[in-house]
Design a protein around this ligand. Sequence first.
Ligand code: C2E
Ligand code: MG
Ligand code: MG
Ligand code: MG
Length: 280
Amino acid sequence: AAKASGRHRIVLFDESMDTRVRDAILIDEALRTAIGANEFRLVFQPIVDAHSGEWVKAEALIRWNSGRLGVVQPDRFIPVAEENGMIVEIGNWVLIEACRTVRSWIDASGRELKVAVNVSALQLLDRRFLDNVDSALKASSLPPRLLELEITERVLIDDENAVSTVIAALKARGISFALDDFGTGYSALSYLHRFPLDTLKIDRGFIFSLEQSPSRQALVRSIVAMAGALSMKTVAEGVETEAQAGLLREAGCSYMQGYLYAKPLERSAILAALSAERPA
Ligand code: C2E
Ligand code: MG
Ligand code: MG
Ligand code: MG
């Protein structure tokens, strides 16, 4: 009912209304003007080679400083944007901005870096998605092999045929795919071989206190072995300690991402680091 009354709706809060619902309504309102008011920006977190420590990719992560609500974390507003459909427009903004940014780093530093962009289920299944990806690549003249799309298990169980078609079309262009937050979702492994995914990102939940948990270590070793058997690379998310990194290297994990290596950085900080390194 609140939705139907549109722009001039009046929302009455009462004590019984769950704070999360109230929160979602405020976020929903503020999101509608966020792109126009230039309230979003991207930060980028390096993903490094597990052995050489070299930066191989950077994951684009959205940040929102709302004029009305202040800084709102993605874990709070992305679900609202997925609910009200705005994720399609926001996701497209992210795609354009991420491609443009990585292009500018390459031009300025002479070093290549791949960019990883998070894509929600609704966005991937939107009929404009392929065109939007093509436009973002064209506008930035970024080679498709430098773009990786991160999807979650949630996407794969959505509409299998539609999802397969979109993934196949993008793979044919040279774009790669990573499965994000692996191990948190539906624990159905059967879909893994049905989709041509390149990389498996082991969820932070497995990495957290890895050094204290032999059972998590066993799980991580099995995940890495399974990914290898399916010709997939692995990224460990949320690596915070040397001990974790050591265990992950021993398990054969290909890449690492986490505060131990770098926090999400402003684009200027990434460029400064790329420029400071000796050319390969
Ligand atoms: P994600 O894609 O799994 O991103 C990883 C999250 O873990 C990021 O949180 C990152 O800042 C955080 N992180 C990285 N290393 C560490 C670490 O060592 N320790 C800890 N404790 N955390 C670490 P962030 O930026 O708050 O993003 C949260 C989630 O929001 C993302 O999870 C992703 O699902 C979603 N998200 C962010 N940007 C976008 C976007 O542009 N589009 C879509 N659809 N979703 C996005
Ligand atoms: Mg991600
Ligand atoms: Mg993740
Ligand atoms: Mg996550």
